[in-house]
Design a protein around this ligand. Structure first.
Ligand code: FES
Length: 158
């Protein structure tokens, strides 16, 4: 009887141990699945609800209207080099000096009234349009405003 009891108790104990092992593995699998699912869903949620932080443009005074010479006014805005010029029709315009071909810095030629890129001979007119050379598109423009005799840059047009 005592041998039989001992065997039964051992079997019950093994059975309990198996259940514990099974529960442990089930819990482990569930935790791994939850982590995997979270890692999969997190980028999707981030994509669906992006944190939108637009660029913050500040207003920067570039010059007084009467200070503008044919050489223009070189400036830097949001770490982009730019040039403010007065066009032949008397209006003002400001352009990024970053060439739209491969990013060299163009130079304003006040005599020819053109922006010239020293790298691959890209030329742009006073409206920033490509005259010749490899640049695929016009120079980027800055948004400017003329107020109370001052010329301000307010942003970068794309
Ligand atoms: S980088 Fe200006 S023309 Fe190539």
């Amino acid at each position: 009887m005592s041998d039989q009891t001992t065997i039964e108790e051992k079997q019950k104990e093994e059975s309990r141990a198996q259940i514990t092992r099974r529960r442990f593995l089930t819990t482990l699998f569930a935790a791994a699945s939850a982590i995997g699912l979270g890692a999969f869903l997190a980028p999707l949620v981030r994509f669906a609800y992006p944190v939108v932080t637009g660029p913050v443009f500040e207003r920067l005074r570039l010059a007084s209207v009467e200070d503008i010479t044919p050489e223009g006014v070189r400036f830097e805005y949001q770490e982009v080099p730019g040039m403010l010029i007065q066009k032949q029709d008397g209006s003002f315009a400001a352009f990024s000096l970053v060439c739209t071909h491969l990013g060299c810095i163009v130079r304003w030629d006040a005599i020819d009234r053109e922006f010239k890129c020293p790298c691959h001979a890209g030329f742009f007119d006073e409206d920033g349009e490509v005259i010749s050379g490899p640049p695929p598109r016009p120079l980027n423009r800055f948004t400017i405003a003329v107020e109370n005799g001052g010329i301000f840059v307010e942003g970068i047009e794309s």
